[in-house]
Ligand binder design. Structure first.
Ligand code: SER
Length: 311
């Protein structure tokens, strides 16, 4: 029987992952750890700082945890403003989890990487699985180092750690915070509330994106795949679709004809400029059967329908 701990459970990915893991393994077998508590989730909650290795180990032993999903991080924009802490959270947090697997306390780890691992010298279109990785953001540097540590712990100590390079994630159940791709969620709320949006990226900033449901399915699928199928132990590229703010605005106009967008690019536009426009995910498709389901049109439709119900 699997007993699962999700760290950073109240973030954008964590909340949706909790829901799907609970459906699969039973709500009583999925524990939500975060530095805060929420009153709208049904899983057992633990206040936990991933940097507190002793508290983490105690919790894992007490609850007989078998798998850990470690999602605790500062996203790209926030990390630029808090360099040392972002690095510490990213790398020490990862070490605390990797070491528990090395010491035989847990069997399996999920740790997310990101398109932010790529940088200005990476080929931008259909970015390959194995390519130039020279990130120039704090968040990207943490992801690059983390990927190498995952691979190292797998090679040297046989740790079963699995990872995906998430594109920008867009969903209606939870809100992102502090990321460069957050505009692609915010825009729907503003379009429905005010019929207008002031975008912090430039109109042509094309980035790889994905509907949250696909990302969560990918996460659970990679964790469920037989270990021998996971041939990449840094992190797998996965792709949904790509669009620029201008292209997304056009799609939204099909639903909200009087929608208008203005552009006021800030430092996040410079981050976006260093990331790929599109991703090659052949390795994930071949090794563990990854396949996206949602197109951009599906995404726009579901976001507008679901957010309209909320506001
Ligand atoms: N969505 C993330 C960000 O913008 C990228 O992984 O920071």
């Amino acid at each position: 029987m699997e007993r699962i701990l999700v760290i950073g459970a109240l973030g954008q990915v964590g909340r949706e992952l909790l829901e799907q893991l609970s459906n699969k393994f039973g709500v009583e077998n999925v524990i939500a750890a975060d530095i805060k508590q929420a009153d709208d989730i049904s899983n057992r909650q633990e206040i936990l700082d991933v940097l507190d290795a002793e508290a983490l180990r105690n919790l894992v032993k007490r609850e007989s945890i078998t798998q850990v999903y470690n999602l605790a991080a500062l996203l790209s924009a926030t990390a630029e403003k808090n360099i040392k802490f972002a690095w510490k959270l990213s790398i020490e947090g990862l070490f605390n989890v990797l070491d528990m697997a090395k010491d035989g306390l847990i069997n399996k780890i999920f740790w997310p990487s990101s398109i932010a691992v790529f940088g200005p010298t990476t080929p931008k279109d259909s970015t390959p699985q194995h390519t130039i990785i020279e990130p120039n953001t704090v968040y990207g540097i943490g992801k690059q180092a983390g990927e190498q540590w995952c691979n190292y712990y797998h090679q040297k100590f046989g740790v079963d750690v699995r990872s995906i390079r998430y594109p920008g994630l867009i969903g209606h159940k939870s809100l992102p915070g502090g990321g460069t791709t957050d505009y692609a969620v915010d825009i729907f709320y503003e379009a429905l509330k005010n019929s207008s949006y002031n975008c912090f990226l430039s109109s042509a900033a094309t980035l790889p994106m994905m509907y949250m449901e696909d990302a969560i399915r990918a996460t659970i699928d990679i964790m469920e795949a037989p270990s021998e199928n996971i041939k990449v132990r840094t992190s797998y590229n996965i792709a949904g679709f790509s669009f620029s703010p201008a292209e997304l605005a056009e799609k939204i106009k099909n639903h909200i004809p009087n929608f208008t967008i203005t552009y006021n690019p800030d430092f996040r536009d410079q981050i976006a400029a260093t990331w790929p426009s599109s991703i090659n995910d052949e390795a994930a498709k071949k090794d563990w059967g990854w396949q996206p389901k949602y197109t951009l049109d599906d995404l726009v439709e579901v976001m507008i329908t679901e957010i309209r119900k909320k506001i």
